[in-house]
Write a protein that binds this ligand. Sequence first.
Ligand SMILES: [Fe+2]
Length: 203
Amino acid sequence: MRKYIFFVIGLVPLSLNAQSTLVGGRCEGCEAIFEYGDKLLNPIDTLPEFDSGAPKMLISGKVYQEDGKTPASDVILYVYHTNQKGVYPTKGNEKGWDRRHGYIRGWVKTGSDGSYKFYTTKPASYPSRTEPAHVHITVKEPDKNEYYIQSIEFDEDPLLTQAMRNRKRNRGGSGIIKLTEKNGMIFCQRDIILGLNIPNYNK
Ligand SMILES: [Fe+2]
């Protein structure tokens, strides 16, 4: 009995400690960043439905180290977003986080210049129209646990109110992007500064 009590007391502080030092804090679903299977990651990915006829969008940018200047290589980015109906579409045979994130998702790994590109389609807001359209992003640096950064939202989105803008924590930099359009492609540039406004980053 004495041995058992010692064991239990010893474990509790350990697990609490792990929670409080997690880079970025707790994140439900961030582990989906590891669900790329046997896909060879490189700085460019094309997401499912790019050729579906929905408005084409190129999400691109550079990933920088904490100084905001040095390009960050070997950083994995995972993105997922809704379709034109505002839902995360599934096919019914999903086994992992794609049951919730849907199949419109992709992964890249930055090269030496820190740049990345996702060829995808423009998401729509949830059918409830309570939240602006957005693209979720999770980051995995070589020497840190995975964490989420500020989702991409579109500056011209009428659902993005001033109150919402004021509440943004700008994890990894601002996610509110002004879109441009040329030759049938929407351009969305989201640069990322690693560790910026990320809890426990240097612990
Ligand atoms: Fe979402």
